[in-house]
Write a protein that binds this ligand. Structure first.
Ligand SMILES: *Cc1c(COP(=O)(O)O)cnc(C)c1O
Length: 478
């Protein structure tokens, strides 16, 4: 039986985003004035995400810093708003560090992570931010740069847990956990020039068991530091808390099972050139693995942190949150994507709509790098502006590069009506990684401008991203 109903993947849209999407005239004016594509960030939406994480800290009676992983979005407005919200920031390049200092973060609220060049290490050491060191050699380099002791964390990777059959994937970052002794020797060698404040990890996975092993590994490493008399006080568990992108889990189930059927040839294809997103048909058997982000994730963001802290440690057999509390260590986290949940959208203008056989092709004034959902394997439908709903229509979205591969997404998306040239499509919830991380000037086309849309009393107002400062409004003169 062929299921021929449309297969929508409806995005989850919270009230702030919904209310901005209702401002059709404003959005149209912005795109007319500033060009398509246009990035819209919503600094007001950050507060709820920060508060959700803080509530988890309170629930587990833990203390520690929330470092926003800056790499998820280049926006100045979002960064400044987080500085005002007493959040901290994780910077991964010289330029991000400069940006954070200029946005109002004091050095005690900055951590430097990622691959570092000498200039980045120098500025980090001069300003006194915490550096998460990826190797013993980086510790040597830092020790040689600092005037006062440089505060460092040792980032570990490749954790193993006694008796647990689980191999964590290899990482190019961090000191392999079995080399902890060597790293601590190095710290001690530079006593007076380095000050070890704690142990860190960041795993690019959503698997709780893998993270539980890593967190318990950090607790063990912390004990080792203390045995050596190093006064450490923090465990930094990185980011990767995730976002739930879809409104309806059943749509996701249905779409993924129909994709499998299509790959096997049991129904017409859902994708451009029968792309299988990692699945393939080998003589009638489904092979491969779905290379997609699980777009429907009922447990994500702060809820995921809560779940991790409630997970029983594989070796010590007590909840990780309790073990952390007993250790008296701060719990530091580095959420990127999760802090930006519902904090922005990308607008793109429809240039052309044409029919080709059974297919409707919609060409946009934007390309796959401007809205890089596909690159990150996150699938969700855009929102049609103006809002019209006559007949749900499945369309392919083509980009503005002269490249065969430039499809905004390789799946057919479902719109509530057939779009017309001049309409806008809004790709919602794209602030985390999908907005400016991959944008390029291919074909000399400009990179999208970015505006901050914020509340002004009952209405929405806007300014260029770089002009946004979270300065309280003056009291009206009487
Ligand atoms: C990218 C990164 C993060 C943020 O990851 P998210 O998945 O966006 O939460 C945190 N820490 C480090 C070291 C990173 O490289």
């Amino acid at each position: 039986m062929t299921d021929s109903r449309p297969l929508p993947l409806t995005p989850r849209i919270e009230p702030d985003t919904q209310s901005v999407l209702a401002e059709e005239a404003l959005l149209r004016q912005l795109v007319d004035g500033l060009g398509s594509p246009l990035n819209v960030v919503l600094p007001d939406a950050l507060a709820a995400n920060v508060e959700a994480f803080r509530a988890v800290y309170r629930h587990h009676r833990l203390r520690g810093r929330i470092y926003f992983a800056h790499k998820a979005n280049r926006s100045a407005a979002l960064l400044r708003r987080l500085a005002a919200a007493e959040v901290a920031v994780d910077v991964a390049s010289l330029e991000e560090l400069q940006h954070a200092l200029g946005a109002g973060f004091t050095p005690d609220r900055i951590i430097a992570t990622g691959p570092k060049n000498r200039e980045f290490l120098w500025l980090a050491a001069r300003t006194g931010v915490i550096v998460s060191a990826d190797s013993p050699d980086e510790l040597d380099e830092l020790a040689a740069l600092g005037r006062a002791p440089v505060r460092v964390m040792v980032r570990l990777s490749g954790f193993v847990s006694p008796g647990v059959q689980m191999i964590s994937r290899r990482s190019r970052f961090g000191v392999p956990s079995e080399q902890l002794t060597e790293a601590l020797d190095r710290v001690e060698k530079h006593a007076g020039r380095l000050e070890l404040v704690g142990i860190a990890y960041h795993l690019d996975t959503i698997g709780i068991p893998e993270k539980a092993i890593a967190l318990e590994g950090c607790l063990t490493a912390l004990d080792e530091c203390r045995r050596r008399g190093l006064p450490v006080w923090s465990i930094d568990i990185g980011g990767g808390f995730g976002v739930n992108y879809l409104a309806d889990g059943e749509q996701w189930e249905r779409w993924t099972s129909e994709l499998a059927r299509a790959v096997l040839g049991h129904r017409p294809p859902l994708t451009w050139n029968e792309h299988g997103y990692g699945l393939r048909n080998e003589a009638g058997t489904l092979r491969g693995a779905l290379g997609l982000y699980p777009a429907f994730r009922p447990v994500s963001g702060a809820g995921y942190l809560d779940q991790l802290l409630s997970t029983v440690a594989p070796a010590q057999r007590r909840p990780l949150g309790e073990l952390l509390l007993d250790s008296m260590a701060d719990l530091d986290i580095e959420p990127g994507r999760a802090l930006l949940d519902q904090c922005g959208l990308v607008l793109a203008r429809v240039l052309e709509v044409r029919s080709e056989g059974p297919d409707t092709l919609v060409r946009l004034e934007a390309n796959a790098r401007d809205v890089s959902l596909e690159e990150h394997g996150v699938l969700m439908d855009p929102v049609l502006i103006p809002h019209r709903s006559d007949e749900p229509t499945e369309v392919f979205l083509l980009g503005n590069l002269c490249l065969e591969s430039d499809l905004i997404t390789r799946r057919r998306v479902t719109l509530p009506a057939r779009p017309r040239p001049g309409d806008l499509l809004a790709f919602v919830n794209t602030a985390g990684y999908f907005m400016d991380f991959s944008a390029s000037r291919a074909l000399h086309q400009p990179i999208a401008r970015k505006v901050a849309v914020h509340r002004a009393g009952e209405r929405w107002s806007w300014c260029l991203d770089e002009h946004y400062w979270p300065v309280p409004e003056r009291e009206e003169a009487a």
